[in-house]
Design a protein around this ligand. Structure first.
Ligand SMILES: Cc1cc2nc3c(=O)[nH]c(=O)nc-3n(C[C@H](O)[C@H](O)[C@H](O)COP(=O)(O)OP(=O)(O)OC[C@H]3O[C@@H](n4cnc5c(N)ncnc54)[C@H](O)[C@@H]3O)c2cc1C
Length: 664
């Protein structure tokens, strides 16, 4: 039935003020109002319709993306949207495309690594989209190992130019988004060579295509790398390859904020410290963490609403069938993901603060906390994207068979989301960077250098290495101090254990290689502690609205205790909790699930997602799932005719074949 809210009963059960929770989720009343307005603007514009993506050919999908991007740009200008509104607009369009790299990587790279003059020259062109840029770092042969890149930029003092060249096949750039078919320019990373000396990898602004007819400039070979995972999905993006054949650019197109090459070809490191690049990295990674909470909350919203609609098996005393959300197994899989979506939201909010803090410190030439900020953002990018990718797939399974349908929205969400575990740093490689930082911090304990920021707890090593958890009853697991102490003890003890094992090796690098797997586990424990501690800080702050704080407390402890349950081996083997305390945590977790249950649908309503953004028949706001599943099925091109194409060639001859009796 149209117009009926099939989830009304669920919404009536809510024990908190959903409108206030929407504001908490958005970050502020202003942010909520912007999101609310812009999401509806996009949803009501037929150009941004997206249900046909799965059945479009690659070329149609790509052209449709160009059309949407051009329309979005027109709207953004006509409506004079602010930067904040434009970012929201592009995110609600929900279509991966070249603009993501233009705004997300090309512009920040020029801002972070370009000199004042370079910024003045290039940023206005980029900001008006008179040039379109991408970020060309990865090559066919090397991604993670950036220092292994092979593209060269050799200074020619005769002409005052750099000669950009791809000396081998493996030196071809491979993967940059927006490169394949659209970008006119790229920030290209290449080995800088002056007077025969290799100065390592540096960034250069390179024009790739003519601004008149879009053809590649002489000396440049460029194209798309081909279909990627999933139909539709990320294939709207033109990830590309690029080869240079002695291609020349003026000297002033090397990004020269951190180091420069003079007219005479002398390499000069600038007095601006290299840590400056950390600012850009923190910016990019905080937006990835915030995207993680968007993607996970979308999946959780779909799975929660559908779990409340879906019924299987009559209850023991007969009557109506049980809503699958009432099964404890469903709750045990779904509610920690709901809690994780909120947890990642708040840690993302904190990372925004960290970015401002880092920027201010850079301006004041205070670099002391930057390595810690760098390690923590690398770890959080890795941890939140891995958990989100796994979480989306779990949500698909939580929706049973219908979750596998394209129109559930989950397959596409998964296909678009999973590469986040790889781009901007492979998640394992990033955790190893965190581990290196942790090992350094442990080695400096007792040296008088107090650990800062998110490693501050390591300064209490003497206590944390020997303390015993004082949890005695299930309710103690709702005590923030006791929860934090268990997570701190586990993280520190794992890091110290790695450091002890490392010290047994004569050669530290060899030891590091041997212990990689343990080091990654220690890094993950540290990152989980950060997320738990930021969630606890959030619930300890002022939160308005009837019952809102109470719901957030439940979610916070579900997040923490579920992690404790999942990584029980770590907690037990480090003696951070006893088996009895672990069993009390499981008991408390079950009780929290029961308290969350009546609020589940309202907690996902608080994300305030439009049906357009969710793009899911199963996650519809009104819960009217079954008639809409039929409608979607009937729209499939296979149902255009009752008898399919190919019947006369392949089915009829089969059915009508004359089978020799010997075969019967
Ligand atoms: C969808 C998508 C979009 C992208 N967009 C861009 C872009 O716009 N611009 C750009 O320049 N690049 C882009 N990339 C490339 C991306 O940044 C790289 O793929 C990424 O950095 C991983 O590097 P790799 O492919 O070399 O992986 P590899 O490093 O080859 O990883 C292979 C395996 O080896 C492991 N491994 C590697 N090194 C170590 C180590 N030291 N210790 C332990 N294990 C290790 C990894 O964990 C992984 O399991 C994109 C990639 C994808 C998938």
């Amino acid at each position: 039935m149209e117009g009926v809210d099939h989830l009304a009963d669920e919404r009536n059960k809510a024990e908190f003020d959903v409108e206030e929770m929407k504001i908490v989720w958005a970050g502020s009343r202003h942010a909520f109002q912007v999101s609310n307005r812009i999401s509806r603007l996009v949803a009501n514009d037929p150009i941004f319709e997206k249900s046909k993506r799965a059945v479009m050919s690659r070329k149609e999908l790509f052209k449709n993306t160009l059309k949407k991007s051009a329309h979005a740009w027109k709207m953004i200008n006509e409506l004079r949207l602010s930067d904040e509104e434009s970012i929201r607009f592009r995110s609600f369009m929900d279509q991966p495309g070249f603009v993501d790299l233009h705004w997300g990587m090309f512009v920040p790279a020029i801002k972070g690594q370009g000199t004042e003059e370079q910024q003045q020259k290039w940023l206005p062109l980029a900001n008006n989209m008179q040039i379109i840029g991408c970020y060309a770092q990865t090559e066919l042969g090397h991604g993670s190992h950036v220092q292994g890149l092979e593209t060269t930029a050799t200074f020619d003092p005769q002409t005052d130019q750099f000669i950009i060249h791809s000396p081998t096949q493996t030196s071809s750039k491979w993967w940059p988004g927006g490169l394949g078919k659209v970008s006119t320019h790229a920030v290209v990373y290449a080995r800088l060579i002056t007077n025969g000396k290799d100065h390592g990898v540096h960034g250069f602004i390179v024009q790739l295509r003519s601004l008149d007819d879009h053809s590649p400039l002489p000396g440049i070979t460029v194209g798309d790398i081909g279909m990627k995972f999933g139909n539709g999905a990320y294939n709207s993006m033109d990830n590309g390859f690029l080869k240079f054949d002695h291609f020349r650019i003026p000297r002033d197109q090397m990004l020269m904020r951190l180091s420069k090459v003079t007219r005479e070809g002398k390499y000069v490191a600038s007095d601006v410290p290299r840590q400056l690049v950390y600012g850009t990295m923190v910016f990019v990674r905080q937006s990835i963490v915030s995207n993680a909470s968007n993607a996970l909350s979308r999946a959780v919203c779909i799975a929660t609403r559908y779990s409340a609609v879906r019924r299987q098996f009559a209850s023991q005393n007969g009557g109506t069938e049980t809503q699958v959300i009432d099964y404890k197994t469903q709750q045990n899989r779904l509610f920690p993901l709901l809690a994780s979506a909120y947890a990642f939201r708040f840690v993302g909010e904190w990372l925004k603060w960290l970015y401002t803090d880092v920027t201010q410190r850079l301006e004041a030439s205070d670099f002391a906390t930057l390595p810690e900020a760098h390690a923590c953002t690398a770890g959080l990018k890795s941890m939140t994207t891995s958990a989100t990718a796994d979480g989306i797939e779990e949500c698909r399974k939580l929706c049973g068979g219908h979750g596998y349908l394209w129109c559930s929205g989950l397959p596409e969400l998964f296909a678009v989301y999973v590469p986040a575990c790889t781009y901007e740093g492979d998640n394992v490689v990033l955790q190893l960077q965190v581990a290196r930082f942790l090992m350094k911090t442990v080695s400096q304990l007792g040296s008088g250098k107090a650990p800062a920021g998110t490693t501050e707890y390591m300064g209490r090593a003497q206590h944390l290495l020997k303390c015993r958890s004082s949890v005695k009853k299930a309710e103690d697991w709702l005590n923030p101090g006791m929860v934090l102490e268990a997570f701190e003890a586990r993280a520190l003890r794992m890091a110290v254990s790695c450091a002890n094992n490392l010290s047994k090796f004569e050669n530290q690098e060899q030891g590091f290689s041997e212990l990689l797997a343990d080091l990654v586990e220690a890094a993950i424990a540290h990152c989980q502690l950060i997320v738990v501690s930021k969630f606890i800080a959030k619930i300890e702050g002022e939160i308005k609205g009837k019952g809102v704080k109470n719901q957030l407390k439940n979610l916070c402890y579900i997040y923490a205790l579920h992690l404790l349950h999942k990584h029980l081996g770590d907690f037990l083997s480090t003696d951070s909790v006893t088996p009895e305390q672990a069993s009390l945590a499981s008991h408390q977790l079950r009780s929290l699930y029961s308290q969350l249950r009546p609020n589940a649908v309202a907690l996902v309503d608080a994300f305030n997602y439009t049906d357009h953004y969710l793009g899911s028949v199963l996650g519809r706001y009104d819960g009217n799932v079954y008639p809409k599943l039929f409608e979607e099925a009937l729209k499939d091109p296979l149902n255009d005719s009752v008898v399919p194409d190919g019947y006369h060639e392949y089915i009829r001859p089969l059915i009508k074949q004359h089978i020799r009796s010997a075969r019967l």
